[in-house]
Design a protein around this ligand. Structure first.
Ligand SMILES: C[S@@+](CC[C@H](N)C(=O)[O-])C[C@H]1O[C@@H](n2cnc3c(N)ncnc32)[C@H](O)[C@@H]1O
Length: 218
């Protein structure tokens, strides 16, 4: 599904989503622990890729002690995030063309943000995320765990199940190796999964003959 259609679908339900799922207090304790622990394991700048209402961005910021940028397709989410969290660094954009420099991030959080990406397009999107990671940088990716590439009717718009193994197969050629994976079944909801993958010491994007600074946002 094109990014503009995803944005329109989230914009249409942004208020409802924010009321239900837009604050960290509404999130599962186990997810808070996962994201906090990951944040504290990451050195350098962090991108919240597909930040939605921005509540995880606020967690990543650690009271202003961390350098964090956030990007999402939905202008309504970002308007809310800017208002509620009063921080700069919320950028409207596309996960497939990230406006940040190659190798500029110590970590990228993609928390349930690639779930709507057509499976045939996911490798390219992950390549773009991998491009941003500094050597040794870390990706934390949340997903709905199930038969890889199978679509389902997500409340906002079509989404796809993945598994850590199938995602790992896409990430490996991009220089990212999965070093941790978890999944869990909470009552009455789809199975959640997440993985943490580390960029090799040599980022393949940095080795290519391409400009280091590309569409950079300060
Ligand atoms: C399920 S929400 C998750 C939001 C947030 N990470 C959270 O955990 O609440 C998926 C988010 O990914 C964003 N998204 C999906 N595809 C995108 C794309 N191609 N470019 C930018 N944002 C995208 C949507 O706009 C939406 O905010």
């Amino acid at each position: 599904m094109p990014r503009t259609d995803i944005a329109a679908a989230y914009d249409a339900r942004a208020e409802e989503y924010i009321n239900l799922l837009g604050s960290v207090e509404q999130m599962a304790q186990v997810d808070r622990a996962t994201i906090l622990g990951w944040r504290d394991s990451v050195a350098g700048r962090i991108l919240d890729a597909g930040c939605g209402p921005g509540h995880w961005t606020e967690v990543l910021c650690d009271g202003g002690r961390r350098d964090v940028v956030a990007l999402d397709a939905s202008p309504a989410f970002l308007a809310s995030a800017r208002g509620r969290f009063a921080r700069p660094g919320f950028v409207v954009g596309d996960l497939s063309a990230l406006p940040f420099a190659t190798g500029s991030m110590g970590g990228v959080l993609a928390w349930f943000s690639v779930i709507h990406t057509d499976p045939v397009d996911l490798e390219a999107q992950l390549r773009e995320i991998a491009r941003l990671l500094a050597p040794g940088g870390s990706l934390l990716l949340g997903f709905f765990d199930g038969a890889p590439r199978t679509p389902f009717d997500h409340a906002v718009t079509t989404a796809y199940y993945w598994s850590a193994e199938a995602l790992g197969d896409l990430l490996a050629p991009l220089g990212l190796s999965v070093e941790h994976e978890e999944s869990r079944q909470d009552p009455g909801v789809r199975r959640y999964g997440h993985l943490i993958a580390r960029a090799s010491r040599t980022n393949p994007s940095l080795e290519r003959d391409e400009p280091i600074i590309r569409r950079q946002v300060p």
